[in-house]
Design a protein around this ligand. Structure first.
Ligand code: CO
Length: 262
């Protein structure tokens, strides 16, 4: 019997190499550490990012299909696929669709995205709270999620609710491309006149374009600028979720719990 095993860690991707190392690469290492002796590979689901990395940096990254085809050609018979995606949305579904044809060629198992079970939400809240420290009475903690048109977008509201439920009454989650938007966050902040300071964090695995520009940029429409225009004292932290050791551990535990696919 010759069972050749591999681990494929799948991320949306980023073209910002600084955050790539600190977040995606760090998460890959944390997940890989749970499977000693098993070869680990990287794939991205964003075709746009794969193309940008190829053109701008000369770096080749596989998509899920390419990575699995390569592993199959190398004789791998058991492959565990773990996403670093935050939610069960479009990118996760794309990952499953690209993996599906390989279920006939190899024993595939697939782990869940970061925010799947209610316990995952609790674990993520704990990770955020432990890493960031509780806000002072006049201070709000605002997270910028990506947001999506997929129904999985509801995860943001559940996480927002749970943060408050677990004691962080000054925490607010908004998104760039979904609901709630910054306008909802601004309105909720106004309902709490005692809040004068804001700490801003990305609620994304990487701190890439959205975090650097849409959140913390100096353009007048960035979240930082819009909050400052309303008189808040704003502090931005460009730390992607992949930099939180406790978040990486949740992803690693999902890989351990990966279930047979196909
Ligand atoms: Co985007």
């Amino acid at each position: 019997m010759n069972e050749k095993k591999a681990l494929l860690v799948v991320s949306f991707g980023t073209s910002h190499l600084d955050t790539l190392e600190k977040t995606i690469a760090a998460a890959e290492e944390a997940i890989s550490a749970r499977f000693p002796g098993v070869v680990m590979r990287r794939a991205f689901t964003s075709g746009m990012i794969i193309k940008a990395l190829r053109q701008r940096e000369g770096i080749e990254i596989d998509n899920v299909q390419e990575a699995l085809a390569r592993l199959a050609a190398e004789g791998c018979t058991q492959v565990k696929v773990q996403p670093t995606h935050i939610m069960n949305g479009d990118e996760y579904e794309k990952m499953l669709a690209q993996a599906a044809p390989f279920a006939e060629k190899m024993a595939l198992s697939v782990g869940k995205p970061l925010l799947t079970s209610v316990q995952d939400f609790r674990d993520v809240c704990r990770a955020l709270m432990a890493q960031l420290g509780a806000p002072a009475g006049d201070e709000a903690v605002v997270f910028m999620g990506h947001g999506t048109g997929h129904y999985a977008n509801a995860a943001y509201s559940q996480l927002d609710y749970m943060l408050r439920d677990m004691g962080w009454k000054n925490a607010f989650i908004g998104t760039v491309e979904g609901y709630p938007e910054l306008s909802e966050v601004l309105r909720r902040l106004e309902e709490r006149p005692e809040l004068r300071r804001v700490r801003l964090y990305p609620l994304m695995i990487v701190a890439g374009d959205h975090a650097k520009n849409d959140m913390a940029g100096d353009e007048p429409d960035s979240w930082k600028s819009q909050l400052e225009q309303r008189g808040y004292q704003v502090e931005c932290c460009l730390m992607g979720l992949g930099e939180y050791p406790a978040i990486r551990e949740i992803l690693a535990s999902h890989a351990l719990e990966a279930e047979r696919y196909g």
